[in-house]
Design a protein around this ligand. Structure first.
Ligand SMILES: Nc1nc2c(c(=O)[nH]1)N[C@H]1C(S)=C(S)[C@@H](COP(=O)(O)OP(=O)(O)OC[C@H]3O[C@@H](n4cnc5c(=O)[nH]c(N)nc54)[C@H](O)[C@@H]3O)O[C@H]1N2
Ligand SMILES: Nc1nc2c(c(=O)[nH]1)N[C@H]1C(S)=C(S)[C@@H](COP(=O)(O)OP(=O)(O)OC[C@H]3O[C@@H](n4cnc5c(=O)[nH]c(N)nc54)[C@H](O)[C@@H]3O)O[C@H]1N2
Ligand code: SF4
Ligand SMILES: [Mo]
Length: 693
């Protein structure tokens, strides 16, 4: 007789949707992963990637045993060793480096899992006690978060569960069909109820194709578009004067600032028509004035350029001008993460640091691994412990990242599920459990539910949860604080701060049973102001920005690399390149799952017919994309989905699964955004030519 169980779990991936999963387990084997029909935002639906989760978990290439490198760095040749040998080797190497200067040790991690336990809990405690360098986790969202927080105080906004009631939705720099599916469900419901959907995106993405209107501006010019919209809203008095007077600061200064952003100047800067600017403002302001809920869903496409923080700040000013926040279905949503009172001090124990450590920015890992010791930098990095991340594939300016990880004197440990591009450079590889094999507690950035993940199956092979690896290393390093004995259950139970009214219902044992629990939050968070900014208002003028050396008013910061802002560079590299997520991958996760990789085919480059014709490129040709930083090859798709002057390479491919062993990050740069010290992946000029076979 077979035993069948259904286990409640949570999708761990770096996706706003954080779906509730039901895992069917038959005789200890996970046989199906489905979306929980009862969870209000998941509603029984998963994306293609995670509906095939068992294919990833039981993949024949899963790492099942600790390994030691036997080949050259990058070659990917390893031999099996025991856990004891692996942990002893790591503890002794880290111990001898730490004896000289623990800051020569660097953790490198991001959101391979978004779990609060398997992410930064025991790992953070370990590195804090060790005195290692701190990692500034900037690779995704810090530019926009910073601009958003200067303006409205926290990363909270319109609740996903309200969007179906909006009458106008601007999908601004996001492709939710690929990357925020359960928002798209709501947007479609809004459409059925008569809402208008407008995509603002340089590329006709899967989503832009399905909206009523698509405004294809030049990449990196969103800040200007928002300034132009504010100009028209003010000039045509499409304003909510009462909301402005009561709940905002700096309107008079804003009015002066946007005076110069005429529709003509805006259209010219953004590469769109004057009518597109004026009509969008009239629609947005006019509908708001008529009392209709108007909403903005903005995403990460806006912020991966020099002025990315300011761009998000500018568009975040719009709802307050027109009083859109009065409606639960109005306002703006960038991320819901700021609603969660996660108990980071308890999970991560920064108090274990005996003295402050330096911070290294994960975005500039390429340069930082190659930096010698100096007075400003401190010691050269001698050891990197990578978990929940694949820097060789995802960090900008790849050839530098590769050169850094190829250093013979660098000691590299990678905790992974698979032999990724990064694993190829490891000295010691440790097999990690997947979400089906460990427990975790989750917040989300696209909805407002605290989520639980129960372990559905036993760890495969000798895989261990990240937490267990750091517990075992702590013991070997002689760390005696009792916190290094906390179990995963005990860690999960401290995930949210119950002292905070929003998490008042948090009880780990109950959450494990039920799977989720909504935060206690109002439906319309800023209907009557109450912004968590220093002034308590929406800050058109931000004194904090002035104090931080930034322009306190909305402004336009041009891209580092664009035809308009850098004509000299554009003479050699005239095409702007963006590399947003491919639908069937999640960053570089899933690229090695055959069914998903074959759905994407191979690395492609979308190029406009005018640009391909000028270069003698035909559809299906292999092309080389290059600039001063490097090059990679892809198969050309000649299409007007990419506006003229723009090329698009959907990402993030594993380098070793591409023909030339390279990906789009060969050409991206390590320059940082205006705020948040974030990457500028979509601020890249390139040239494209037919590849010689
Ligand atoms: N399937 C899938 N889902 C994912 C991911 C994935 O890799 N695959 N990644 C996850 C992660 S880590 C994140 S951060 C989110 C990202 O979520 P999103 O930000 O929604 O990412 P995309 O889906 O690429 O949407 C970005 C859109 O911005 C456009 N864009 C590029 N530059 C500009 C610009 O300058 N201005 C404007 N207005 N638009 C621009 C791109 O063409 C693209 O269509 O998605 C998450 N979900
Ligand atoms: N060119 C370009 N580059 C980009 C982007 C882009 O749009 N264009 N997007 C950027 C963005 S938004 C982001 S967020 C970053 C993402 O960069 P990363 O956070 O590095 O994401 P992934 O590439 O998905 O790598 C995560 C790895 O974690 C592993 N993992 C998952 N769960 C666990 C676990 O429980 N334990 C351990 N030890 N490992 C685990 C997975 O197997 C996977 O290999 O990439 C950035 N890079
Ligand atoms: S990747 Fe996103 S849409 Fe897919 S199952 Fe996970 S949370 Fe849901
Ligand atoms: Mo991200």
């Amino acid at each position: 007789m077979t035993s069948t169980q259904v286990v409640r779990a949570t999708c761990p991936h770096d996706c706003p949707d954080t779906c509730a999963l039901l895992v069917t387990v038959e005789d200890g084997v996970a046989t199906a992963v489905k979306g929980d029909p009862d969870h209000p935002t998941t509603a029984g639906v998963l994306c293609t990637k995670v509906s095939r989760y068992t294919e990833r978990t039981y993949h024949e290439e899963r790492l099942l045993y600790p390994l030691r490198r036997v080949g050259k760095k990058g070659e990917g040749k390893f031999e099996r060793i025991s856990w004891d040998e692996a942990l002893d080797t790591i503890a002794s190497r880290l111990g001898s480096i730490a004896a000289r200067d623990p800051q020569a040790i660097l953790p490198y991690s991001y959101c391979g899992t978004m779990g609060l336990v398997q992410g930064e809990s025991m790992s953070a405690r370990f590195f804090h006690q060790l005195g290692a360098s701190l990692l500034d986790r900037t690779i995704c969202a810090t530019a926009g978060f910073t601009g958003y927080k200067y303006t409205i105080g926290a990363t909270i906004g319109t609740d996903l569960e309200q969007f179906q009631n909006a009458k106008l939705i601007l999908i601004w720099g996001g492709n939710p069909i690929a990357s925020n599916l359960h928002f798209w469900t709501r947007a479609q419901e809004a459409k059925r109820r008569g809402a208008k959907l407008i995509a603002i995106d340089p590329y006709r993405s899967l989503t832009a194709e399905k909206c009523h209107q698509h405004i294809a501006l030049l990449p990196g010019t969103d800040a200007a578009l928002a300034l132009g919209l504010m100009h028209v809203l003010i000039a045509e008095d499409l304003l909510d004067h009462d909301y402005i007077a009561n709940y905002t600061v700096g309107f008079e200064q804003l009015k002066q600032r946007v005076a110069e952003w005429t529709p003509e100047r805006t259209a010219e800067t953004c590469g769109i028509t004057v009518a597109e600017v004026v009509e969008l403002a009239r629609l947005y302001g006019g509908m708001a004035k008529a009392g209709e809920p108007v909403a903005i869903r903005t995403n990460y496409g806006v912020q991966r350029v020099h002025g990315g923080g300011m761009a998000v700040r500018n568009l975040t000013c719009l709802p307050a001008l027109v009083g859109a926040w009065r409606h639960a279905a109005g306002g703006v949503q960038l991320s819901a993460s700021g609603g969660f009172p996660t108990n980071k001090p308890a999970l991560q124990r920064p108090d274990l640091q005996s003295k402050p450590s330096r911070t290294i920015n994960m975005t500039t890992i390429g340069d930082d691994l190659l930096r010698p010791a100096s007075a400003e930098f401190g010691p050269a990095v001698e050891a990197v412990i990578v978990y929940n991340a694949n820097p060789l594939a995802i960090a900008p300016d790849s050839s530098k990242v590769m050169a850094g990880f190829a250093r013979e004197d660098l000691f590299t440990v990678v905790l992974e599920h698979f032999q990724t591009d990064t694993v190829d450079y490891a000295d010691i590889v440790l097999p990690a459990t997947t979400q089906l094999e460990h427990i975790d507690a989750h917040s989300a950035y696209g909805h407002l539910y605290m989520m639980a993940n129960n372990a559905a199956i036993a760890p495969l092979g000798e895989a261990k949860p990240n937490t267990e690896v750091f517990r075992l290393l702590a013991a070997r390093m002689g760390f005696s604080d009792p916190c290094f004995k906390d179990s995963d259950d005990e860690l999960a139970a401290m995930a949210f701060n119950r002292q905070d009214a929003r998490a008042i219902h948090f009880d780990w044992d109950a959450l494990k049973q039920k799977g989720w629990q909504k935060l206690n939050m109002p439906d319309a968070p800023f209907a009557e102001g109450g912004f968590p900014t220093p002034s308590g208002k929406c800050e058109f003028y931000s004194a904090s920005m002035a104090a931080d050396g930034l322009d306190p008013l909305p402004a336009y910061i041009a891209p580092y690399e664009s035809v308009a802002s850098n004509p000299e560079l554009a003479r050699r590299y005239p095409l702007a390149m963006i590399s947003p997520p491919a639908r069937n991958f999640l960053n570089s996760t899933f690229v090695n799952v055959k069914s998903l990789r074959s759905a994407e085919g191979e690395p492609h480059l979308d190029i406009h017919p005018d640009d391909s014709a000028a270069r003698g490129i035909s559809d299906g040709d292999m092309v080389r994309i290059f600039n001063d930083r490097g090059s990679f090859v892809a198969k050309a798709r000649v299409t007007d989905k990419a506006r003229a002057g723009l090329v698009v390479g959907l990402s993030v491919w594993w380098k070793k699964l591409a023909r030339d062993g390279k990906n789009a990050n060969e050409v991206t740069s390590q320059r940082l955004t205006d705020m948040g010290r974030a990457p500028t992946f979509y601020d890249t000029l390139v040239e494209v030519e037919r590849a010689t076979p």
